[in-house]
Design a binder for this molecule. Structure first.
Ligand SMILES: [Fe+2]
Length: 340
């Protein structure tokens, strides 16, 4: 039995945004650090799946080829207008900001595997019921970035209700080595090709659990400290920029004044009461959100059953209800671009 973690990020994932003002790097670790960490943890297969970027995965692949104990799959977590989707075994970058059906076609045209990350999340953009009609190969029943008690539990319920329909996968969604390998997929064999076969035969098993919320604090502190280092490099004219590295490009593009402000703001965040308060607030948000979502669970499972019956019978089910969708700044920007 091999173990694969197919949802790992690096600093090539660029920036995310909280509200209109607060921007922060998704990750500050390099592909090489992720490879070293996965080898240390004893994984046989890993995939780098940066947000709307593939250069880091290629860089990681080149590095991983030096070792015979790990296979690295080139992947990308692509922002579509309906939510995020992961393509594995890619040969080139998949553009962001398209409708998800078109994105799936592009992944398939490269011979790729299509995975839905965190499909039923209520706080990051999962594809929700859309996964039922898309023909995805599999979806994450456990995502390491979901310590709430609804998202993973509901995904497991859907998977268990239709055995053999999709490959059961888990991904740590690690943006930091503190959370790499918290979730994994067991498969028959040890290589990336074995992993692909297991997905196609629906013989995989998602394992692990969401990372402890306090590891998210470690990640946020790592991001702030790493971001401050880059901002300092910018002020000292020592910033290194690799092609496709959205994070370094963004830092290079800001003014020296804003770089200075970023360093001061980052230092304020590192002041312990603020980091603790941020954790308490996010836990309260997740608890409240889960409670609300659990109330709709039976009704939602019933609706999912009808949609699947529609797929199998060729008569699509449509009750006219709007699909639940989580938006974020990345999707809003993509939609804006599409609409001119
Ligand atoms: Fe992710």
């Amino acid at each position: 039995m091999g173990r694969a973690d197919t949802h790992l990020h690096t600093h090539f994932s660029g920036f995310n945004q909280l509200g209109n003002a607060m921007k922060f790097p998704e990750s500050v670790i390099t592909p090489e650090v992720q490879v070293d960490q996965m080898r240390r943890l004893g994984y046989q297969v890993m995939a780098i799946t940066d947000h709307d970027a593939i250069a880091g995965a290629f860089q990681g692949e080149k590095y991983a080829k030096k070792f015979d104990d790990i296979d690295l799959i080139v992947g990308e977590e692509v922002t579509t207008l309906e939510g995020e989707i992961i393509g594995l075994f890619l040969t080139e970058k998949v553009p962001r900001g398209l409708h998800v059906e078109e994105t799936v076609d592009i992944i398939r045209s490269q011979g790729g595997i299509v995975i839905a990350p965190h499909p039923f999340s209520f706080h990051v953009p999962g594809l929700q019921e859309k996964i039922l009609t898309l023909g995805v190969d599999g979806f994450e029943t456990i995502n390491g970035g979901h310590p709430d008690y609804y998202s993973n539990m509901f995904a497991c319920k859907v998977m268990d209700s239709y055995p053999g329909r999709w490959a059961d996968l888990a991904g740590s969604d690690a943006h930091s080595v503190y959370t790499s390998g918290t979730c994994w997929t067991e498969f028959e064999g040890t290589t990336a090709d074995d992993f692909r076969d297991s997905i196609l035969k629906r013989k995989t098993k998602g394992c692990g659990k969401a990372a402890d919320p306090f590891t998210q604090v470690q990640w946020s502190m790592e991001v702030v400290i790493g971001g401050q280092k880059l901002l300092t490099d910018k002020l000292r004219n020592r910033l290194e920029i690799v092609e496709g590295d959205q994070l370094a490009q963004k830092i290079d593009s800001i003014t020296r004044l804003n770089a200075g402000i970023g360093i001061v703001a980052g230092s304020a965040y590192l002041f312990p009461p603020i980091t603790c308060l941020a954790t308490v607030l996010s836990l309260a948000f997740l608890k409240r959100g889960s409670k609300k979502m659990v109330e709709t669970m039976d009704e939602r499972l019933d609706r999912i059953g009808r949609i699947i019956e529609g797929v199998d019978s060729g008569v699509p089910y449509d009750d006219g209800k709007k699909m639940f969708q989580v938006s974020n700044k990345r999707i809003e920007r993509a939609a804006k671009k599409l609409n001119g």
